[in-house]
Design a protein around this ligand. Sequence first.
Ligand code: FAD
Length: 650
Amino acid sequence: DMRAVGKWTWLTLLRSDEIRDEYDVIVVGGGHAGTEAAAAAARLGAETLLITQKIMTIGALSCNPSLGGVGKGQLVREVDALDGLCGRAGDSAGVHFSILNRSKGPAVWGPRAQLDRERYRQFIQSELLSTPRLTVLEGSVDELLVSQPNPEEPGHHRVTGIRLVDGSHPILSSSVVLTTGTFLSGSLFMGQTTSPGGRMGDAQSCAGLSYTLKETLGLRVGRLRTGTPPRIVKESVDLSLAQLQAPDKQPTPFSFLNTHTRCKPEEQLPCYLTHTTPGVERVVRESVHLNCHIQQDTKGPRYCPSIESRVLRFPGRRHQVWLEPEGLTSDLLYPQGLSMTMPPDLQLRLLREIPALHRAEIRAPGYGVQYDFVCPTQLTPSLQVKSTQGLFLAGQINGTTGYEEAAAQGLWAGVNAGRTALSLPPIALSRTQSYIGVLIDDLVGRGVTEPYRMFTSRAEFRTYLRPDNADLRLTPRGFEEVGCVTLRRYKKAVSVRDGLQEALMALQSVALSSTRWREKLGNISLSENKSTTLNGLDLLQYKDVSFEMLASAFPECLSQYFEYSQRLKIEAVYRPHCEKQSREMERIRSEESLSLPSDMDYLSLPVSLSHEVREILDRVRPNTVSLIYASKVILIKYIIMTTDGNRKFR
Ligand code: FAD
């Protein structure tokens, strides 16, 4: 009695014989990685089956009701540019849009939105429902089916399908994407109690799956942890004692398809800022012995720590607490910054030490989760397990944290799972081209020792990898080469690209001396001497010159490009710097295309390398020369030249 979602009806009960025996791609897990993976594989043309424990939790936001932020917003824009779901879902569910980091340059702005949980979930579910070639099945996968294609290659496998926990017949597939999040050997922690589970109310992933990964496939697995705060009844909070934080006046949508957000002004809700007090620190200290989650050595998210970690690491400080809406009709507030795992009565005591929360009521207590992750250096840049053909991993199972990181990996794993099933070669994204490329390159090249989250500082070419130009960087390639972008989106991106190119040429065509510009535009400060000739693009680089000013000076050439005014300004500001970096980007791209044989015998290479370096190379087995740099081993060029000067490994 498996349940599946048919194309037109919601929660249609399908008999098990209505599920086929074989699919091109099977995706396990309906979280942020799994939904993007399934939708991307289906967009590519693969018959796809998404299997998840509970259909109603598809698209659930396990923790914070928000999307985007610094680095993360860039990922959402890129997923959207490749026709993924989360950007449009964020626009549909956003109740408080704001751009973070506005005091810095636009390359590192962080588009972010508070979300209505219900709307987000509904959007993702209805998108999956209307995706052709995609079937959703409610069930738990207990076993990966694998074969050993070549007896002479012990340790090398090929995935052939999955088996469900109910013991029903196997479902076959040449590509499987695992996106089991925090569910792999998951344990939940609250106070002194521990119970198995992947998330409150959800069972952990079946033991058989862990067994296949660890024992049959011999994958190295580590353990990480995270936690979530209690949810507070809004009416019980004295918001007059907190500082109101209004959303941006003009919401900035995530999706390139939305020139306006659906969000009406009356649907924009405020957030509130408050702070911890010495009383909070006291409760944390008094309850340490009753809090088994924080007594463990397992690494948690450094940039999203629990209140216990914050207080114990930085005693005597006042810590920020954001009170965030959970949705338009929700009667709950989410206290960002107060993730905690002490017993529920002490959670209440702690909250009430904060003036705005002195009468707070808790609807659901905070808790922690510890889970297994697969060390991601065992993956290729297409997110395929190196030793197991057809098996792809994405999301928190790879040691990342956050919805955006999961969605980005999910999309890319889905693309490659679809390509494998359709007998197309795997495809990688360069770190010079996208944050998704940076994320995957960091994971497979360096691995993780703590939950990995994206920051703009991780991208060397962040002045080029901007949120404003993700469509130009990725959409054409996504359509022409990758196959995951629909014609509608491609046409839109091409028309924007052509429009911007025309506008840039028009700007370059209006050239005047700096004296004449000053006369035309009034009191602007230009550093150039009077006789220097500047074109419109040069001028737009100046802080106090806007495209609108130039268009009012030359309306006949420029006014038709008003819709691009912000993008033109950003392009003008960053263009000289990006041009300077282009040679370095070229070098990295060429190294990314230099592949290395998977069976290279690093331990006995006839070159002078320290034993430590050999061991790192042997363990990481980098796929490309650029990943050698990521592994912090920079002698590979020497190895290549010594073993074969003719680039044998290309
Ligand atoms: P998930 O969203 O967890 O989805 C996994 C899916 O796989 C689920 O739908 C599950 O039902 C399904 N599944 C698992 N096993 C099987 C199986 N055998 N068969 C079928 N289906 C299966 N992120 C942050 O950025 N900051 C935080 O502070 C933070 N705190 C968190 C606190 C908690 C308690 C939890 C649970 C998560 C937290 N997260 C946090 C993480 C955030 O939820 C994840 O990063 C994100 O959801 C990962 O997406 P995913 O798709 O990898 O996995």
